[in-house]
Design a protein around this ligand. Sequence first.
Ligand code: ZN
Length: 220
Amino acid sequence: MRCRGRACPTLVGTARNAGTASRPPTAGRYQRIVVASFPIAPMSWHENTHRRWNPLIREWVLVSPERTQRPWQGQIEPTSRVVPQAYDPDCYLCPGNARAGGVRNPNYTSTFVFDNDFPALRPDAPGASLNEGGLLIAEAERGICRVVCFSPDHSLTISQMALSDLTAVVATWASQYEELCGLPFISSVMIFENRGAMMGASNPHPIARSGQPNDCRMRY
Ligand SMILES: [Zn+2]
């Protein structure tokens, strides 16, 4: 039930199952019995459960910061002690190095964009559909996946970059967005950064990725 006011009454039962000897329930009627009330402390958006409006998907999202206070006996990842260098001769994305597919990167000095060598979506995907009794339904999906190197410096993260270099990154995102939106089989463009080994990033070089599902609604 929804509680209103400064105190939160707790409904513990009805007259049919919570009556007392001194005050029997009214025959044929349900009675609301308040047994406790809790003063409401001032709201802390960092500590109390609440919901937040996500304007991008126009839906409420439940936020439960109290869950982070529970005892943790699960897996704990060690802190990385590796100090990255500005150039890594074994990195597939550093300037002048060969990528996994054999193509050699140019000696780029700012941002660098290329088609992902191992894309999740391909522009030449064959058209096909599958329907096995209404249980297994699938359709082929076309798209393009690209990689945007933010900087030739292997050691940087985007938060460490100079403002002028960041401006170049945003300009690259914008031009990529416009270019990909102009393709007839592209209906949406998603630019994202998957940062950190724990998050599943396959390479520590500062990069973003873009994916363009033709007809899928994606959330992240
Ligand atoms: Zn690198």
